[in-house]
Design a protein around this ligand. Sequence first.
Ligand code: MIG
Length: 754
Amino acid sequence: MKQLESPTDWLEARKIKTRGREDQRPANIFQGGWQVETAEVQGVQVVKLSAWLKGTDSAPQSYAVVEADFGDGASDSENGSAVLSADANAAYSWTKATLEKLPFNMEWQQSSESRWNFYFNLPVESVCMGLGERLSGFNLRGRVHTLFNYSDDVHVPTLDPLYKSIPFLIIRHQSQYHGIFLDSPARQRWSLDVDLDETAGIELLSRRGWTMYMFSNTSLPDLLASYTALTGRSKLPPTWALGHHQSRWSYPDEKTVLEVAQEFRARKIPCDAIVLDIDYMDEYRVFTLSPDRFANFKDMVSRLQDNKFRVVAIVDPGVKKDAKYFVYRDGKKHDYFCKKADGKTFYGKVWPGQSVFPDFLREDVRLWWAALHGFFIENNISGIWNDMNEPCLLGQGCPLPLDAIELPKEHHQLFMQHDGEGDVGHFEVRNLYGFQMSRSTYEGLRALRPDERPFVLTRAGYAGVQRYAAVWLGDNMSWWEHLALSVPMLLNVGLSGVPFCGVDVGGFGDDCTPELLARWYAVGMFYPFFRNHCSKVGAEQEPWAFSQRVEDSVRHFIETRYQLLPYIRNLFWEHARTGAPIMRPMIWDYPEDHFAAEIDDQFLFGRDILVTPILKRGQRERSVYLPEGIWHPYEGGAPLLGGQLHKVAFELDEVPAFVRDGAIIPFVDTIQSTDDYELTPITFKVWGDQAIGLYLDDDGISFEYEEEGYNEWLLRFEDGEFRSDLVNFGYIAPERDYFYEHNGKKQRVVLQRG
Ligand code: MIG
């Protein structure tokens, strides 16, 4: 086939059929090598298929998969994906296999020099989930999903590729769960249309080999355990990062930052972090400060710290082209920036103007960038926010037309990068750019401040990004539609292995309204990552931006979030041990409930809380589907019976959720900042007459918990009695009071120690 060179050729190429029925498929030109291996990973049967091109004589490198020894407890391997408890023994090794038929009848071929096609069975009644960040309802069927990291700030329904690419698809078929993970950071399109004779397809534009993992016949929790045993899990976040973050593009100067922080304390609205967007820098030069607007930066940070706030600062990948600027000079000197195919430095326009881009695929570049974060340590910055790392260039559309069916030659691929296998065109590895940037940031913070858990937030990412960063879903709008979309989108992100996720509360673009802000906080308080953020042009949307009534509602939701911190910390423990997301679809715990299977305007927040938010303007009442069992309205009142629909009203200041009968949830008294977490009383609330729960405690900041430095109690309520059984004691916590509460009666509890 003719090699296509320019966009005009691509337009021609649209006429070529690459998907569709068998008789329309292109010929297979594959001549390389391939192999099939199998392993049992966390009890799940996994088939690993790899293919490589003629001339390269072995399987391709793995991009996302951690081949760590999961044998016993925390592992210190380079990629550092630790499984945190002995029961999560994930040891596996691949065994060569010859299979007549691959799972899903997977067929694969090389269709041209730069294109691979995959075809697999997708029965009509199956449901598709996962695939990372998709602008979609929960079920991903019925459209094409392009995986090519891309930033578009208007998320309309037809928008396809977004900031992150996680090529892990979950298929639910007759209550059984299956998974397909295509580990290649090149552009992929997953065609999940139903009109293809029950055949779905993946089109991969790459001149390299790839590895595919197929998981079969399991449950949803086991599938996630298996997938995250391969791609890694998030470590426990620092507790402060689970609090409320306040952000704005941008608080322009020190005075404003301090005022915003002061406002939180004066109004008694809990908050832990103030976020600095791009305007804190000196003309958008990364690792610098504006000399006039942030002239006393360190002093500002220490005043914030005195007030129990942490500061998160944004860092973009683009480095300003400026011969007098040390980052540019140093990077140039060491040849750290991406170059075009002709060997000349690549310049692209971002906030600082003409800029260069570090090649984060290279280990030496990652180390250099990591070390630059000494600047932030020096200035007492607690967390780093990586934006624009798709990478995104200003004023340019998607660098590869969505419907391209060939990978352009290297000189059309923006720039070259360098990975373990040598020079490679950017498009081959584009989806790794943000992943490797956040990895560098994470490893930098970890090395520079070894006693603290790093907090990194990233916009772009690839499978496995959960090892390094939390994510938010980019530029949503202050639209009710985007409030509603946040639920299925975050559910799919969580099912793609990334637990620590959220969207901008209040919406990024356009003007938020009073009712929308209150309703958004009622959902946002359950986002694992909880941040109010807003664009430059939008109206103010800090909690007090509207009326007293809205402020009171928002305060109530943020307070409730803080009260739930011990429970939220439990959930992150659970993720670290099993790969479970924090936000879960109802089928997670009710796999046989077909009615619940596709509900995506409700979600489970851990096992015990069902969130049933109001997602429509002007709505007061909604129908709620409760799965089997008995459910208690979060704010109190008569319990409701599950297995049916109920009409329920939620006022503007009411937490729209239910608690499972049989749960014991640990609550901390209301605090304004997690700085006060350790000394504040905790109450174990018991729902129902027979209940169980868990309480985990650790210092919330260090990695001691990986060396047994944590406490764990199993909580039970039976025959009118509350019991706690010590499972692990390894952390000497400061003294605090504990209580349990049942039917409104509160009693002191003494927890057994070592
Ligand atoms: O071109 O840093 O998604 O959260 O406020 C816009 C400015 C760049 C995009 C991010 C947004 C952030 C904004 N950034």
